[in-house]
Design a protein around this ligand. Structure first.
Ligand code: CA
Length: 693
């Protein structure tokens, strides 16, 4: 297309996508080039003026998506309902933005007053015009690529926090950066982890009461987990809470860690211990409690980490912290004495549920270990725990003691043992969502057959995987043993309501809306919408790359938009081998959809026709009379018959001869008697221009 975005409105570009696919291409914005002559548009002044009051009341701003899970409750439910079960099939892509980066794109975008803030691999941050996808600024923290080696699960980033005109990003190499929301300029950065240790940051910060809360990962590499709070204004460290005890000889940082140390044996501190806070957080402003999930032990195998056993607090736990000082208020350990990489860093959702006739403030989690937990978030009291996927490591959870009824053989002391779920989890980091309208939780669930065996010899090696298990058992992982599904789970009735199956695991996070829809992207490169109550598939679009991130929705100028970041990658995509081979890898894109609403008027069609380049107009017309009925409008083939742009690129010299003489063996007619040499030359010029476009 030779037209500038200004020549044809982006709005029309999106709406015309179904009729004239080539026109939609003008809405795509290259990552690097200036978006328009004269330079990039600037972010509006004062953008990102998000304060505590707005964050607390984020639910009352459905046009925005102010914090990672939209609200502090992290429900990932939007009340927006212009797009609903009755019209979602009319969604079209209205813009896309190419990040120019390969590898996993796991970000949840934020939308603040018309500006979208989104991240890509290597912690690169983009600010986009939320209506058009136009690039406003880009910030690359310039991560030393050697840091990638200590990222267990790809060099991903899950998003930013916005607060008082600043954008906060956790950088893969352990820095926390504060950027100017209007320009992307670096205001300050602090090192939140010892660069000499194998810490990484992939999770999104949250801002609670002026404190930027940030965790980190690295348990596979032998680190000690913690979560930190920084003053958003100055970057000063306010508190740091370790999740596992250090060397008792050096004293404990808190009574909670002194108690925890009694559940460990041996010299665990030399191995790090693990328990990293690498993803999930939620906050209850009424209770003033900050919730974080902690990860697996370091190394995985408890026999090596804590010889002689023990629960190893606070691994694989949900922790309720006082956000003012990081003090532990209560804890619930989902997998005592974890030995399977069963992290409890999975998404945490706060909701009020009526259980047994009583309205309870709950916190919900579907951690890797396969049980769906509902706890009273005031006290950590366990209300229910039920298998949401196949579970073989335990026969259930005792609601009296809160402890799993473990199967002894699951600890694989005797050698190779089949266990469900696996290190990939019944559910991994991909966010779930909760609709207060349906009362259901929508979980990106998966079933991956796993086997564990103790490592024949174990010697911790800094900078490398230290699991203490024999990972060669993964050699048996094939596509026959790996499936994913979208699971609608009733947390009150404690049962599955519906599911939608996928051929492979590692599909995207979910979004629930007031239009009674659930949106999810898939590993094989599709973006889907379902009836939230029945699971009926209502909408499907292709994304070009597998989707692992979670969608969001927002509103601008009376239009509801739905955005999802596509970019296949992350742990399973890297390690899954044959089982992950059907995932689609391509450079990342931010894709935004809206309803195809406006009627197509004769004026709009005329405008599109007149917008075609004059230099190839004659060939363009002749092509559409003689060629388009088989080879497609705009020389774009849907793949049934040859795409002439491809044919021309492959052998431009023979193009005219084939048109004139045909290819009788393949059913291509000879046009030599119908078209003059001049007409064939004009068609060739048109196809050549399209091939070069
Ligand atoms: Ca892990």
């Amino acid at each position: 297309m030779g037209r500038s975005p200004d020549g044809l409105s982006r709005r029309w570009a999106g709406k015309a996508a179904l009729l004239l696919p080539t026109i939609a291409a003008i809405a795509a914005v290259a990552a690097e080039g200036p978006a328009r002559a004269g330079g990039r548009a600037a972010a509006p002044p004062g953008v990102g003026a998000v304060d505590d009051a707005r964050l607390r009341a984020a639910d009352s701003e459905p046009q925005n998506w102010l914090t990672h899970g939209r609200t502090f409750s992290e429900q990932r439910y939007s009340p927006l309902a212009r797009i609903h079960t009755g019209n979602v099939s009319h969604l079209v892509r209205v813009w896309s933005f190419e990040t120019g980066l390969r590898r996993g794109h796991e970000a949840t975008p934020l939308v603040v007053d018309g500006v979208m803030f989104v991240t890509g691999p290597w912690s690169v941050v983009f600010a986009l015009d939320a209506r058009t996808g136009e690039l406003l600024w880009r910030h690359d923290p310039q991560v030393d690529r050697r840091v990638g080696q200590r990222a267990c699960c790809d060099v991903v980033n899950r998003g930013v926090a916005v607060y008082r005109g600043r954008v906060f990003v956790g950088v893969l190499d352990g820095r926390l950066q504060a950027l100017d929301a209007a320009t992307g300029k670096l205001l300050y950065e602090v090192q939140t982890a010892d660069p000499a240790r194998d810490y990484t940051i992939t999770g999104a910060p949250r801002v609670v009461k002026g404190r930027v809360i940030i965790g980190n990962g690295g348990a596979e590499y032998g680190v000690r987990g913690y979560v930190s709070a920084y003053d958003a204004e100055t970057g000063r460290l306010l508190w740091r809470t370790y999740t596992v005890p250090g060397n008792p000889a050096e004293g404990f940082e808190s009574p909670a860690l002194e108690r925890a140390a009694r559940t460990w044996r041996g010299r665990w501190w030399e191995l790090g211990g693990g328990g990293t806070v690498w993803d999930s957080m939620a906050y209850d402003p009424e209770l003033d409690l900050l919730y974080v999930g902690t990860g697996n032990g370091s190394p995985w195998n408890r026999e090596l980490r804590s010889p002689g056993g023990g629960d190893n607090l606070y691994l694989s736990s949900i922790l309720a912290l006082d956000p003012d000082d990081g003090r532990l208020v209560w804890h619930y350990q989902t997998t005592p004495g974890d030995t399977w990489d069963f992290t409890a860093t999975q998404h945490l959702i706060l909701a009020d549920l009526e259980i047994g006739g009583v309205r309870r403030p709950v916190i919900m989690q579907a951690p890797k270990n396969g049980f769906f937990y509902v706890l009273d978030r005031r006290t950590g009291e366990l209300l229910s725990a039920d298998p949401y996927v196949q579970v073989t490591w335990a026969d259930g959870v005792d609601l009296g003691t809160g402890r799993p009824r473990e199967r002894p053989e699951a600890r694989y002391r005797g050698g190779l043992t089949l266990v469900r779920p696996t290190p990939f989890g019944g559910h991994n980091w991909q966010p779930m969502s909760f609709s207060p309208r349906t009362g259901l939780v929508y979980i990106p669930a998966q079933e991956v057959l796993g086997a564990y065996a103790p490592a024949s010899r174990f010697e911790p090696r800094p900078g490398h995987f230290n699991t203490g298990t024999d990972l060669s058992v993964f050699a048996a992982l094939t596509r026959e043993f790996a499936r994913g599904h979208l699971l609608a789970w009733d947390p009150v009735a404690r049962r599955e309501v519906w599911r939608h199956p996928y051929a492979i695991p590692w599909n995207g996070g979910t979004l629930a809306t007031g239009g009674d829809l659930v949106f999810q992207g898939t590993a094989d490169g599709r973006f889907l919408a379902f009836d939230a109550r029945t699971g009926r598939l209502l909408f499907e679009a292709h994304t070009g790359s597998g989707v692992v991130a979670a969608p969001i929705t927002y509103e601008a100028g009376g239009t509801q938009y739905v955005t999802v970041v596509a970019g296949w990658g992350g742990a399973f995509a890297l390690v899954g081998g044959d089982a992950a081979a059907d995932g689609r890898a391509a450079p990342g894109r931010v894709l935004t959809f809206a309803l195809f609403e406006a009627p197509v008027t004769p004026e709009l069609v005329r405008e599109a026709l007149e917008g075609r380049p004059a230099s190839t107009r004659a060939g363009d017309d002749a092509y559409h009379v003689h060629c388009a009925r088989c080879h497609g409008v705009g020389a774009v083939s849907a793949g049934v018959i040859a795409d002439l742009r491809e044919s021309y690129r492959r052998s431009p010299a023979s193009f005219a001869a084939v048109v004139a003489g045909g290819l009788p063996d393949r059913g291509m007619p000879a046009f030599g008697e119908v078209l003059s040499a001049d007409e064939i030359a004009a068609i060739e010029a048109y196809v050549a221009a399209r091939a070069a476009d």
